[in-house]
Design a protein around this ligand. Structure first.
Ligand code: ATP
Ligand code: MG
Length: 267
């Protein structure tokens, strides 16, 4: 499958886009708030416009590559574990360990594979996590990190929150989400490292009966709302999240993803 050097495909010329600035985005938030869904859908949107994108799945306990697309659609299945097991993570190593979707030549994915866990590979340190993010930024104009909610133990997530150009803070619209942020935001209080004030707060998976005002009351200032979509939920249940949208029902969801992309990447 085609791989690329920043902004330039080796096999495929990307279509020209304008006024985009790219960058590294960390999608972080409460457990089950839709981090993986939003990360995949943002990557799908960017790549549909001919932009090269690396999507990094930080989850080491529930390998995302095992459920975001059909096994038959994955080509060159490679593991994040092989990257982190190296003494140093180079651009070349990351390039060699990306997985691809057969219908999306602009998307490269880095994640753990079906059946793997953190003990499948030797332990990794801060250094490898940092180097992975630096390499990804070198390799592609758009990098999206689907973070874990476990910010203190997942090193990719911790580093992504420090190093990313933008951070989306995804809020589920329930008390569990409120409890999560009350517990975890103090861990980001070191403003030199984390600058949590710059997070883009997004309400996720919002149902029609969840009024915006109510959400703001408990979450603070919300920049965008991503509505619940039955089609997106079905794609998730069918394990086919990179499938094209087919139904009008998901229009509001799609528009919200576009709005988030505009806010973060200018596209
Ligand atoms: N906008 C949405 N519309 C419909 N369903 C959604 C939406 N966002 C998330 N979901 C559903 O919520 C569930 C959790 O989504 P997802 O796995 O993306 O969350 P997560 O934050 O990545 O979870 P985890 O904390 O386990 O990593 C899934 O069933 C998914 O389909
Ligand atoms: Mg997830």
């Amino acid at each position: 499958m085609g791989f690329f050097i920043k902004g330039k495909m080796e096999r495929e010329e990307p279509q020209k886009t304008h006024a985009t600035h790219g960058g590294v985005l960390a999608v972080w938030g409460s457990p089950g708030s839709g981090k993986t869904t939003v990360s995949v859908k943002l990557a799908q949107y960017l790549t549909s416009k001919g932009n090269n994108c690396i999507l990094i799945f930080a989850d080491m306990t529930t390998p995302s590559l095992a459920y975001i697309c059909r096994p038959d659609d994955l080509i060159e299945e490679k593991s994040l574990g092989s990257i982190l097991a190296a003494a140093h993570v180079t651009d070349e190593l990351v390039k060699r360990n990306c997985s691809f979707h057969k219908n999306n030549k602009y998307l490269s994915m880095v994640g753990m594979l079906k059946g793997e866990n953190r003990f499948t590979y030797p332990p990794y340190e801060q250094e490898q996590a940092k180097e992975l993010l630096i390499a990804a930024e070198e390799l592609a104009p758009f990098v999206i990190i689907d973070c874990s909610s476990h910010i203190s133990t997942n090193l990719i997530t911790g580093n992504a929150l420090m190093m990313a150009d933008s951070v989306i803070r995804l809020c589920g619209c329930d008390l569990k989400s409120v409890s999560y942020f009350n517990s975890q935001l103090p861990l980001l209080s070191d403003t030199q490292k984390f600058d949590a004030d710059r997070h883009i707060c997004v309400a996720s998976n919002v149902l029609p009966n969840q009024a915006a005002r109510e959400i703001e009351k408990s979450m603070g200032s919300i920049r965008c709302q991503i509505p619940h979509s039955l089609e997106v939920e079905t794609q998730f249940l069918e394990g086919d999240m990179l499938k094209d949208y087919e139904f009008k029902e998901s229009r509001a969801f799609r528009k919200a993803i576009e709005a988030v992309s505009k806010e973060v990447f200018g596209i």
